[in-house]
Ligand binder design. Sequence first.
Ligand SMILES: N[C@@H](CCC(=O)N[C@@H](CS)C(=O)NCC(=O)O)C(=O)O
Length: 221
Amino acid sequence: MTAMPPVLYSFRRCPYAMRARLALLAAGQVCTLREVVLRDKPQALREASSKATVPVLVLADGQVIDESLAIMQWALARHDPLGWCRPTRGDPAQMLALVEENDTGFKPLLDRAKYPQRFGLADALEPRLACAPFLADLEQRLGQAPFLCGGHATLADAALFPFVRQFAGVAPDWFAAQPWPRLQRWLQDWQATALFARAMEKFAPWQPGDAPLLFPAGPQA
Ligand SMILES: N[C@@H](CCC(=O)N[C@@H](CS)C(=O)NCC(=O)O)C(=O)O
C-alpha cells in the first residue's frame, strides 16, 4: 500500500515555502499541496500549527513540521539523489551554519532593505548596504567553488537562493551594479533551473473540500 502523501501548506511567493518546495522536489517527495492566502489562513492550518506560518508539512501519521529548514531536512533524509546534504566543501554542520546566518542575520536586514519606511528609515540605500557584507561573503564563497558549499548545489544554495532573489528584487539595477559577478550568475542560474520553474507553479488557494492537488503534478521526473 502506498503511504498517503504529506500535506504541504504553502504560499507561492514565500521564500521559506519556496525552499521547502525546492527540497521536496529535489527529494522526489510528492505532497498534497494546499495554497494558502496569508491574510485568510485556513482553520486547518491553524489547527496543525499554532504558529500558522507557511510552510507547514503534515505527515500521514499526523506529525507536523512547521519550519522550512526542518521540512527540507525531513525530505532530504528520505531521499537525496542530488546530494544536497553532502557538501564537498566544509561539512554538513557548516552548511547548516550558513543557513542559520541567513535566517537570523541576513533576513532581518533584508526586511529593512525591502521596507525601509516601515522601519522609519529615510534612506533606502543604508539598509541595502547593511546587507552587503553577507552578500560579499557569498560572492567570496562562489569564488572558491561553483556553489556555496562546494562543487554541486546543496541545501544551503536552495535555502538561501529565495532570499538573495528577494534582495535582488528590491533594486535590480543597483544589485546588478554591485561587484558580485559570481553571486549574480549563481542567482540567474538558480532562477533558470527547471526545479525552480516547478517550484513556482501557480495554484488556486485551497478550500476545505477541494480534491487533493498533487505537487508536483503529473509523471515524476
Ligand atoms: N521560520 C519559519 C518562518 C516562516 C514564515 O515566517 N513564513 C511567512 C511567510 S513568508 C509567514 O507565514 N508569515 C505569517 C503571516 O504572514 O501571517 C520557517 O522557516 O518556516
